[in-house]
Design a protein around this ligand. Structure first.
Ligand SMILES: N[C@@H](CCC(=O)N[C@@H](CS)C(=O)NCC(=O)O)C(=O)O
Length: 407
């Protein structure tokens, strides 16, 4: 019964009461009608109450349905992440995984960064460790690497031709290499600058003192171009003697064919400590002639592969920030900090969008170590190069090393 009917019944009942009060002859009949109408009124009220109950039940049911739909959406998102397609991607990851080894372009002649020990036939160095780190992330085995030694001139064609999957060889990130040569650069692993080495007894204390002198330099490097630019800007006349690789450049300088030897300051530290007949008889001038951000290089166009190398580097940097090392990484697998768990792949699915196993960063840290470990092992104060962190300190220690969030 609707509101109008209820109203009608109530008005009729009132009318009947009025008639009764007026003492009409059919009073008994009217009383019976009133009783009947009252009955109808009570029935109508009961129906209204029942309808209200049904409305409340329907509201509760709808609220439950909305909550269930939200739960289902959350569960679906967890169980079935959006499929990732790699626009303009290449097939480097698939090729490496099918082959079971990672091919890195490397350096055989620069102890500390990349060196092939003729006695053991083993490669070692900072760049070699980063090659192992990528292999640990992609193949779960840091030793599954094959290194092709390259010189300043051969490194780029070696990467362009597909002979290697990644170039990790004290290579400076420049705009022309990034664009016209068709490469992409992972984050810088070593911030460097070009320097000049001279004989300690030469009387040369600054670049200006090299007027009319000779400089040994290696072909195919930023070094060669910076030398020309800096000396021209300073108005210093000089003669460049250009050699194809590090051993020939160093030998010429060591024999006295040049007044100075120029390359990255880290390269000079390596040469001074390991490759001269008497390293102590030489000194590196304070001046820094350029910026040389060194890091891994991939072919432009395989964005997924470039991302993988990028996030392997970031993994080593972030692990150092968290204090996670190869020695204690297992303790962090049960950490209360979600940041630790995301980085190590215990929680979340961050690696899925790279096409890697969720524990890729755990593999890197447990097999190779964090950024600081890699640095100290190859370049740090306890090595022949004895390099402090300088600009390669973490950002919170005043350096430039900084990983974006694993989120
Ligand atoms: N970072 C500079 C210089 C890199 C470079 O090739 N340095 C030389 C001198 S330290 C080297 O590693 N030579 C090793 C070789 O070719 O044998 C660049 O990317 O051009």
């Amino acid at each position: 019964m609707n509101r109008k009917s209820i109203l009608f019944v109530m008005v009729a009942a009132a009318f009947a009461v009025v008639l009764t009060a007026c003492g009409g002859g059919a009073a008994a009949e009217l009383q019976a009608q009133v009783a009947d109408l009252q009955g109808q009124l009570e029935a109508a009220q009961a129906q209204v109450e029942e309808a209200n109950g049904m409305i409340e039940a329907a509201k509760a049911e709808a609220a439950d349905a909305v909550a269930a739909a939200a739960d289902a959406a959350t569960a679906a998102a967890d169980a079935d992440p959006v499929a990732v397609t790699f626009e303009g991607g290449g097939d480097t990851l698939a090729a490496v995984q099918a082959r079971g080894t990672l091919k890195c372009g490397g350096n055989a002649n620069l102890p500390g960064f990349g060196f092939l020990d003729p006695d053991t036939n083993e490669f070692s160095g900072f760049d070699v460790d980063y090659c192992g780190a990528v292999a640990a992330a992609v193949l779960g085995d840091a030793s599954a690497i094959e290194i092709t030694p390259t010189t300043g001139t051969t490194r780029f064609p070696t990467l362009q031709s597909g002979e290697v999957d990644v170039l990790i060889r004290n290579t400076t990130w420049t705009i022309s290499r990034d664009t016209s040569l068709g490469f992409d650069f992972a984050p810088t692993t070593f911030f460097d600058g070009q320097g000049m080495m001279v004989r300690a007894d030469s009387g040369i204390a600054s670049l200006e003192d090299m007027e009319g002198g000779t400089v040994c330099v290696q072909a195919g490097t930023t070094t060669e171009k910076n030398l020309a630019d800096v000396f021209r800007a300073k108005g210093i006349t000089y003669e460049a003697k250009v050699f194809p690789d590090n051993p020939s450049t160093t030998a010429a300088y060591d024999e006295g064919s040049c007044d100075g030897l120029t390359t990255d300051k880290s390269g000079l530290a390596s040469i001074k400590a390991t490759s001269l007949s008497d390293g102590d008889a030489h000194m590196i001038l304070d001046e820094t002639m350029s910026k040389e951000p060194l890091g891994p290089v991939t072919r432009h166009g395989d964005n997924n592969w470039g991302d993988i190398v990028m996030w392997v580097v970031n993994c080593t940097i972030q692990a150092e920030e968290f204090g996670i090392t190869s020695a204690n990484v297992d303790d962090f697998l049960t950490s209360d900090n979600p940041g630790h768990l995301n980085l190590l792949g215990v929680e979340g699915e961050l690696a899925q969008a790279l096409g890697l196993a969720n524990d890729f960063c755990y593999q890197v840290i447990t097999q190779v170590g964090n950024y600081g470990e890699i640095y100290d092992r190859n370049l740090g104060p306890d090595t022949p190069l004895g390099l402090g962190r300088g600009p390669n300190a973490q950002y919170y220690d005043g350096g430039l090393i900084y990983a974006p969030p694993f989120r």
